[in-house]
Design a protein around this ligand. Structure first.
Ligand SMILES: [Zn+2]
Length: 249
């Protein structure tokens, strides 16, 4: 079990200029209707060269997010920026699901086949669950760490006041490298193992006794939103860490 504590403390100015597609989740619509709404919103010609029109891969689950800056890559994949606007902003891309806080600024890369190939997080928090696909490695970049996520649940928090990366491998496997020193570690576990990675090159186990700003019931909700259950080994067969505000997806 990892040992870390519940605190936040990030602050980051949000919002950069430019056209955005705003996604929100109206509560009076069913998921199906809502999905149709997303497609319609993303086809509004606010963004020239929008790479995803009818096949935009982002499906909002709760909260609001902006997506912007679609860039088609030579290999057929597409990059775009996601900015979360509410404390609990959840969305899915293919078989992957994400829960962000309102500080999240991230760039996603989605392959031609609709699979998340990578995400680069400039600021904020995101709890992610990835579809288990054989041989899959999802690239993660933060200002001071890079990682390769191998079909797993993980949580990343990039704090910009005291720039460091908190990364928790909630279950599965994450190979993570400190960008300053090049030191690499493989976090492989079945229940929350976390590291703090600082710009000075520290690569520390987290000396606390609960996951930082992410919770077991959120992982259950996220996996449930994409039709799965967490593949973890609960220490006593029961969930231990519960969010102050339950995530309803
Ligand atoms: Zn965790």
């Amino acid at each position: 079990m990892c040992r870390h504590h519940h605190s936040s403390g990030q602050s980051m100015k949000l919002g950069k200029g430019g056209a955005r597609t705003n996604l929100s989740c109206p509560s009076n619509l069913t998921r199906r209707h809502f999905g149709a709404g997303i497609l319609a919103a993303a086809t509004i010609p606010l963004i020239p060269n929008i790479a995803f029109s009818e096949d935009t891969p982002v499906r909002s689950l709760v909260g609001k997010l902006d997506i912007a800056g679609f860039k088609k890559q030579t290999d057929g994949s597409t990059k775009f920026q996601v900015t979360a606007k509410e404390t609990q902003t959840a969305f899915s891309i293919g078989g992957d699901a994400f829960l962000a806080n309102d500080k999240l600024v991230a760039e996603f890369e989605v392959s031609q086949t609709g699979v998340v190939a990578g995400l680069a997080i400039s600021a904020g928090q995101v709890l992610s669950v990835f579809a288990p696909i054989n041989g899959r490695q999802t690239a993660l970049e933060t200002p001071n760490a890079s990682a390769s996520i191998r079909g797993t649940g993980c949580f990343v928090d990039v704090e910009t006041d005291a720039p460091h990366t908190y990364l928790c491998c909630c279950y599965g496997e994450v190979a993570v490298q400190n960008s300053t020193t090049g030191e690499a570690q493989i976090l492989k576990n079945s229940y929350h193992t976390a590291r703090f990675i600082t710009p000075e090159g520290n690569f520390a186990e987290v000396p606390y006794n609960a996951p930082l700003n992410h919770y077991d019931d959120q992982l259950v909700a996220l996996e449930g939103a994409v039709g799965r259950e967490p593949h973890w080994q609960l220490p006593d067969g029961e969930l231990i860490f519960f969010a102050p505000a339950p995530l309803q997806l």
